[in-house]
Design a protein around this ligand. Sequence first.
Ligand SMILES: NC(=O)c1ccc[n+]([C@@H]2O[C@H](COP(=O)([O-])OP(=O)(O)OC[C@H]3O[C@@H](n4cnc5c(N)ncnc54)[C@H](O)[C@@H]3O)[C@@H](O)[C@H]2O)c1
Length: 266
Amino acid sequence: MTGAASGIGAATASRLRAAGYDVVGVDRAEADVVADLGTPDGRARAVAEAAERCAGTLGGIVTCAGLAGEPRRAGSLLAAVNYFGTVDVLDGLRPHLVPGGAAVAISSNSTTVQPGVPADLVEACLSHDEELSARMADARGAMAAYPATKLAVAHWVRRQATGPEWAGAGLRLNAIAPGMIDTPMITGMRADPEAGPLLDMLPIPVGRPGRPEEIAALVEFLLGPDGAFFCGSVVFCDGGSDALLRTRDWPAAWDISVRDLGQQLS
Ligand SMILES: NC(=O)c1ccc[n+]([C@@H]2O[C@H](COP(=O)([O-])OP(=O)(O)OC[C@H]3O[C@@H](n4cnc5c(N)ncnc54)[C@H](O)[C@@H]3O)[C@@H](O)[C@H]2O)c1
């Protein structure tokens, strides 16, 4: 599990340990495997060390490591950690999963409730061009880069999950899109004079931010046998923000003719 030292990752690590999992945590500090997922070398080392520690027993991968879109942070850092630090770990560890293994990536509901997500940055990430993604993310700034990197993660998961390397190999891949969750990430954003007030603009119909333990419970469900029919899902767990703001946008009807459908499936 990446990002295991804090917030959602820490809550998930303790829940999984209590359920009997042997969790190997990866983080910048205070983890079983200390690595910087913002660099290709750090990711390669994290994958190699985690694979060695879990040899023959890797049943699940959870990617929680991420950085908030704080205005003074370089956008490129978000592309490096949130997107490449997620997909490179999933790609690198997938071949080590035991049959029936599963993975859960943490995306975000900012993908749908934050307006103005830069589509070109999403595409740059999905094309796996780290240099181009870094340049675009720096140009857009961290606040816009955040939902873009998380949307790219969600689309990557949906694309990969159904393909030969995951579903075709009997492995499951899904994502969770949390809404605002009370963690050190949000405490940090609140302290920022520019970003802090924006947080209060997000309506949360249930009337409170989420708790990291509530996301941890969903991770355990998706990893385990009860989640066996989930494949390529992006599960929103956000107290109703997405349902409120994007009520009729999905499920999105498929605007395609029967002839086009035949061509697409052939
Ligand atoms: N808290 C929220 O409101 C919220 C909402 C939606 C999505 N998320 C996502 O959930 C995940 C967990 O967030 P959180 O709220 O628990 O935040 P957090 O700051 O408490 O935890 C994030 C963890 O990621 C680690 N990390 C950051 N950069 C790293 C790097 N370069 N290499 C290795 N580890 C690194 C941090 O050290 C930290 O332990 C993130 O991906 C975040 O984007 C959070």
